[in-house]
Design a protein around this ligand. Structure first.
Ligand SMILES: O=C(O)[C@@H](CO)OP(=O)(O)O
Ligand SMILES: [Mg+2]
Length: 434
């Protein structure tokens, strides 16, 4: 290997389609020794207001959702500066892009433009070494397969039904391997399809943005009951084999003028909502709740974390931003981070966010977005960081199964080193209450 083998020789970006038929940025990076990396950025629907800016053209094309400007930024101003740099110098490359951008939320170049380059550079460096991305990022110490949080009933902004809670997830904590976990998830998904069809008719098995079913249900317990029935129908024991998790995405049903939440046909104060979650946690084997309260309520998150004694995840609350995470840690708000690379916009900053939370005993979940593609970078990041948890939708639809299937391959490749953590990864969950 020569010193300049890793030098970036070419960068090329284009728009491609995502799973909601919106255009998104794809970038390819080439190195001198023939290394090649490609990344496609995802896109959210229930976005946090403090996320880095996704640059959209606003012209008539694609109903204002075009990304030609972001693509052009990669092909011109970013390419000019990055070509010739060593692809292993991830931090320098990311820093250079932040400097060119010069804004706090990456609004000049666009976080979509920047992230596509950042991830493609990492892929190009790993390809030049001839090793998979998880190994390039995590080395010999990358061994932990993530427990999948599989969203099999969709509500909120991801579905056309009346469920206010956005995601109803199954968590195969009793599996011995990732492969077994995925099998259990798939079997439960297919049981749920059958149960929903019998009870609500065939229109109930239409799916939402993340591949979960979007049945015409009205309230939270109805959805949780269906999950329990599906788990049992597949021959598994709820709680022991398969636990449950929720993403409330509560900013979406919060009324800031009146400071109340509208859920299940009722109006809730913060206190009443936490009490409602408490009842649910007692009635169902729920190990994790994401965004139980709206995105500015750090104090409420701290109370919920204290009272519920399960994993409380900050997504819209933290937006993968070390400033907001630090504020959360200082006030003990939540005890887990949902890491989404496009919320912050570079690989370096994502890794910094991960380091910060793990050093403070918070849990880490690597996450997709509701608008996704065939890109599998997050599967590699999950293993590289030994995160222990991944959230990437239902075990159905290509853009979600792409991530799960890549994890099957990684597990196989790791061989006897591969470890599946099971219930132990939910360290904030009060053991014994399942
Ligand atoms: O809220 C979430 O956690 C995500 C992903 O499931 O949804 P979106 O990408 O729409 O923000
Ligand atoms: Mg969320």
């Amino acid at each position: 290997m020569w010193e300049d083998d890793f030098d970036i020789t070419k960068i090329r970006s284009r728009w491609v389609l995502d799973s909601r038929s919106n255009p998104t940025v794809e970038t390819e990076v080439y190195t001198l020794a023939g290394g090649f990396g490609r990344a496609i950025v995802p896109s959210g629907a229930s976005t946090g207001s403090h996320e880095a800016l996704e640059l959209r053209d606003g012209s008539r094309e694609f109903h204002g959702r075009g990304v030609l400007k972001a693509v052009e930024n990669v092909n011109t101003v970013i390419a000019r500066e990055i070509i010739g740099m060593d692809s292993r110098r991830q931090e320098d490359i990311d820093k250079k892009m932040l400097d060119i951008d010069g804004t706090p939320n990456k609004s000049r170049l666009g976080a979509n433009a920047i992230l596509s380059v950042s991830l493609a550079v990492a892929h190009a460096a790993s390809s030049t070494y001839g090793v998979p991305l998880y190994f390039y990022l995590g080395g010999m110490q990358a061994y932990l397969l993530p427990v999948p949080l599989m969203n099999i009933i969709n509500g909120g902004k991801h579905a056309g039904n009346e469920l206010k809670i956005q995601e109803f997830m199954i968590v195969p904590v009793g599996a011995k391997t990732f492969r077994e976990a995925l099998k259990m998830g798939s079997e439960t998904y297919n049981s749920l399809r059958k149960i929903l069809k019998e009870k609500y008719g065939s229109s109930a098995i239409n799916v939402g943005d993340e591949g979960g079913f979007a049945p015409p249900m009205k309230n939270t317990r109805e959805a949780l009951d269906a999950l329990i029935a599906a788990i049992k129908d597949s021959g598994y024991s709820p709680g022991k084999d398969i636990a449950l998790a929720l993403d409330a995405a509560a900013s979406e049903f919060y009324d800031d003028k009146r400071n109340v939440y509208y859920l299940d046909g009722k109006e809730y104060s913060r206190e009443n909502l936490i009490n409602y979650y408490k009842e649910l946690v007692q009635e169902y084997p729920i190990v994790s709740i994401e965004d139980p309260l709206h995105e500015e309520d750090f104090e409420g998150f701290a109370i919920a974390t204290q009272e519920l004694k399960i994993q409380i995840v900050g997504d819209d609350l933290f937006v993968t931003n070390v400033k907001r995470i630090s504020k959360g840690i200082a006030s003990r708000a939540a005890n887990a981070l949902l890491l989404k690379v496009n919320q912050i916009g570079t690989l370096t900053e994502s890794l910094n966010a991960a380091r910060l939370v793990t050093m403070n005993n918070y849990s880490l979940i690597i996450s997709h977005r509701s608008g996704e593609s065939e890109d599998v970078t997050i599967s590699h990041i999950a293993v590289a960081l030994n995160a222990g948890q991944i959230k990437t939708g239902a075990p159905a639809r290509g853009e979600r199964t792409a991530k799960y299937n890549e994890l099957l391959r990684i597990e196989e490749e790791l061989g006897s080193r591969a470890t599946y953590p099971g219930i132990g990864i939910f360290k904030h969950y009060k053991l014994g209450s399942l």
